[in-house]
Write a protein that binds this ligand. Structure first.
Ligand SMILES: Cc1cc2nc3c(=O)[nH]c(=O)nc-3n(C[C@H](O)[C@H](O)[C@H](O)COP(=O)(O)OP(=O)(O)OC[C@H]3O[C@@H](n4cnc5c(N)ncnc54)[C@H](O)[C@@H]3O)c2cc1C
Length: 454
């Protein structure tokens, strides 16, 4: 039995996993293909490179789920978050960093660690033996992607280009929207009421199409178009093909009756489908989009019932390799068919630098515990880390599984608090208080101290 841990990919997740394991006396080898093999988005051979924005988003650990994740990572001695704070730039409530200084420092700290070595090479096959973490991110190299796909089945590794927005259920105006499955399909009442429907009259539909056509769109990066037209066309592209296309596609009004106006047949209907077991999040069905974020917020709020919608995630398009984790991974992010391999980071179906690093943190600790023969207590579901890992390894609907940002919709409700917008501040504070207590207890219960930041 080897006591070495191999990590493929030295991005956000791989770097954090290596740091956590190395501080638990595990010898770690990071296999990073850059700069020998490049991706279209990375620009350097550094570890922990930020491919796009230089922001780790909100640092508010009382009212924001990503800020809470920052807090938890800090308590756990996370290298990504600690280095981000070292190289922080002024950015209001956001944690923005000097990206070059940030990744240079991550690289320096990992190279300086006596338990870490870095091998610059592309890994193209799934390893048969030893302890491995695959943290190769959304731009996993083609050869390794093929090997993963072969192991997991062709439809299980999504090369997904378009994602639809996700809305907080409690921000939808149910005095305009209603619950119904098309043609009342389903054996149980729950199934017959599985969708939230938002109706449009003709004038509202025409105005919506005009806005879609006029909205600012993101252009593709070179190399990103592969697979784009395979059945997940962005709604703007559909509307460019004809003003009626959406009304005959994702916005078709058939088989639905608006209980608020039973005698009026809607001209078009936008449907939202439940996105998590808790029923706190709904995705807009068929609304994958490449509109810019600002435009999405404006255009989607034209939909009756979504005027005050809060978005847990906006839609977007880029190449994205991720596993159908709810079916393929166990609760410790091990591949069920090959438990010597863990996955971490964006490839597990989380989205964003912070979320990816957080899953790296858990994978690093889990692998280290396993190698040392230590039982790691279960990650508490009420922490932000716990809410995320629970979502990707079981809580999410496997059929509609798409990459997910951390957000309060993933948390179990706190009983006895007011719902809706008015109660939000108290609710979020209750979530973050509960999470901090659970996370601190989890850290305390581990026999080793959290690694001290250097
Ligand atoms: C174009 C684009 C823009 C994005 N913009 C943002 C943004 O603005 N904000 C945000 O929060 N998130 C953004 N993301 C998502 C972002 O990629 C992730 O948030 C984060 O970088 C993922 O962390 P990771 O560790 O899983 O993957 P990465 O950070 O991408 O790290 C994976 C590493 O694995 C290496 N690798 C891949 N295949 C192999 C192999 N076979 N062998 C060895 N090494 C390999 C890669 O070179 C890379 O270094 C963006 C993603 C893309 C693709």
């Amino acid at each position: 039995m080897t006591h070495e841990l191999h990590i493929i990919g030295g991005g956000m997740a791989g770097s954090e996993a290596a740091w956590q394991a190395a501080h638990r006396d595990i010898k770690v080898v990071i296999h990073e293909m850059r700069p020998k093999v490049e991706t279209f988005a990375h620009k350097t051979g550094d570890l922990g490179e930020m491919v796009c924005s230089n922001s780790f988003r909100s640092d508010d650990d009382e009212q924001n789920a990503v800020g809470l994740l920052h807090w938890e990572m800090r308590q756990a001695g996370g290298v990504i978050i600690d280095t981000a704070h070292q190289h922080r730039l002024p950015a209001g409530g956001a944690l923005a960093v000097d990206r070059d200084a940030f990744s240079a420092e991550i690289t320096r700290r990992l190279h300086a660690h006596p338990n870490v070595s870095v091998s610059h090479e592309e890994i193209t096959d799934l390893p048969d033996e030893g302890h491995w973490i695959i943290a190769t991110g959304p731009l996993t190299s083609a050869a390794l992607g093929d090997a993963i796909q072969k192991e997991t089945g062709t439809d299980r590794l999504a090369f997904f280009d378009a994602i639809a927005p996700i809305v907080y259920a409690d921000s939808i105006d149910m005095s305009k929207a209603w619950l119904q499955s098309r043609y009342d399909k389903g054996d149980t009442e729950e199934e017959q009421r599985a969708y939230i429907n938002c109706p449009m009259d003709k004038a509202q539909y025409e105005a919506f199409i005009d806005a879609l056509l006029a909205a600012d769109k993101t252009e593709f990066h070179e190399g990103e178009t592969a697979g784009y037209f395979d059945g997940c066309l962005p709604i703007e592209v559909m509307s460019e093909r004809g003003r009626e296309t959406l009304r005959h596609g994702p916005m078709k009004p058939v088989g639905l009756t608006n209980p608020h106006q039973p005698d009026v047949k809607p001209w078009a209907v936008v449907q939202l489908r439940r996105d998590n077991a808790l029923g706190t999040l709904y995705n807009i069905v068929g609304f994958q989009t490449k509109m810019k974020y600002g435009a999405q917020a404006t255009v989607f709020k034209m939909i009756p019932g979504l005027e005050n919608a809060s978005f847990a995630r906006l839609g977007g398009i880029h190449r994205n390799t991720f596993l159908n984790s709810p079916t393929l991974l166990d609760h410790q992010m091990r591949l069920k068919s090959r438990p010597n391999i863990r996955f971490a980071g964006q490839v597990t179906g989380v989205e964003g630098y912070v979320e990816s690093a957080a899953m790296g943190l858990l994978a690093g600790r889990m692998a280290a515990a396993e190698i040392s023969g230590v039982t790691l207590p279960t990650v508490p579901q009420d922490s932000a880390h716990g809410a995320l890992i629970h979502h990707i390894t079981g809580g999410a609907e496997a059929k509609t599984f798409q990459p997910m940002n951390v957000n309060f919709g993933l948390f179990r409700p706190v009983e006895g608090l007011k719902g809706g917008r008015r109660g939000r501040k108290d609710r979020y504070k209750a979530y973050t208080d509960r999470a901090k207590a659970a996370w601190s207890a989890w850290l305390d219960a581990q026999s080793l101290d959290a690694p001290a930041a250097e």
